[in-house]
Design a protein around this ligand. Sequence first.
Ligand SMILES: *Cc1c(COP(=O)(O)O)cnc(C)c1O
Length: 486
Amino acid sequence: MQYISTRGASAPQSFSHILLGGLAPDGGLYLPAEYPQVTGAELDVWRTLSYPDLAFEVLKKFATDIPEADLHALVHKTYTADVYRNVRHGEEAARITPLRLVEEKDGSKLMLQALSNGPTLAFKDMAMQLLGNLFEYTLAKQHAELNIFGATSGDTGSAAEYAMRGKKGIRVFMLSPHKKMSAFQTAQMFSLQDPNIFNIAVDGVFDDCQDMVKAVSNDHAFKQQQKIGTVNSINWARVVAQVIYYFRGYLSATTSNEQKVSFTVPSGNFGNICAGHIARMMGLPIHQLVAATNENDVLDEFFRTGVYRVRKSAETYHTTSPSMDISKASNFERFVFDLLGRDGARVRALFQKVETHGGFDLSGKPGSDGDEFKNIAQFGFVSGKSTHADRLATIRDLHAKYDLMIDTHTADGVKVAREHLTPGITMIVLETALPAKFNETIREALGRDAERPAGFENIEDLPQRFEVMTKDIEKMKAFITAHTGL
Ligand SMILES: *Cc1c(COP(=O)(O)O)cnc(C)c1O
């Protein structure tokens, strides 16, 4: 399996080659040269597999340059009941991503697929845990090391740290805005005592942290010398690891391959739902993929109108589903490549237009950049939007009716899913975090604290290990050099 760039001007590469990298040299994102297909006979066999065995079957179609025995060992090390243990009452850890029926209406079931039972209580663990093991494996083979340098406002940074802690050949330097994360998120990250994890609290806001990451990334000599890498959401291995749970969800919700299901996905950077698109392109019988956004509705606007318009900082809202507060959707280019019939030159032109004009228009109206939006239904995409008031109402409703507590991102999903039910077709909402992570809004909605999984009761009282730093690039570089010894 070879991987090509969405901008059509980079040489094809193997899975292992793109694993540790980011963008393709031409500025595009990597995708498989063609999507591997699954047959009905395969689905029949896969239906009864355990999560790691299913992961092995899916991944071996993509990671063709990793020996199968090694891949098998890696997935069995990753998807264990011990890693995904934060299950709720009635769930089984060994199922890794258990399904739960919420309600049934007009012959259509609404189900939740729990993706948040991993160490940081958000779905990013699903991919990041695999990434940690894949990185360690690949670096050991190449006798190489990697220093991950990133900025976080919450979920990504903690998922990366919990995936990379204790891994040989890897260090993590993670910037976060000092005293700006929730107490829970701060405690989750800063209580890690592993010597290969460095938490750096920057006196400033999240954008200051990102500026520092950019400044270091633009210093190519430093980057090379210090073996700096990232784990951001465009990483192909993260996307492909997310494909697995669409298969698991479908196979658990159905009894025959004649049935279809729809998925609603709380969306920000389009990473999670992009994996659903790939599963569908592989032949998984998905009826619709419903993108649910919060007030930051870049994606909802596109799927309603064909106009992609990135937002300026001042138009990017801080909401109570903060992991979806984005100004542009960094994985969206992968879908646009398929929508445009894989025409790399046109993708390049459109995303250059995003840089110069802030967006593009595929509505087919006079003066637009194309008319491919007319083909959107063929890819199954629809969308909807949810607001703070919707989140509160949905959290209250599910709690009152079903004694079920959901987080704010999942609430955006449930709100939009209820608007897109098709009679006779099961709708699966991906649960992207547990409510304990966003306790402030749970208190606002329900007047009580969110349930906390065992072991997290007193997390705020644990000793914390972090450095406070001003926004000083040279000091930052000196800190990295001192701790890598390179
Ligand atoms: C990251 C995140 C999302 C958004 O996922 P994308 O892949 O960026 O679309 C939604 N919910 C939670 C809790 C997240 O952490």
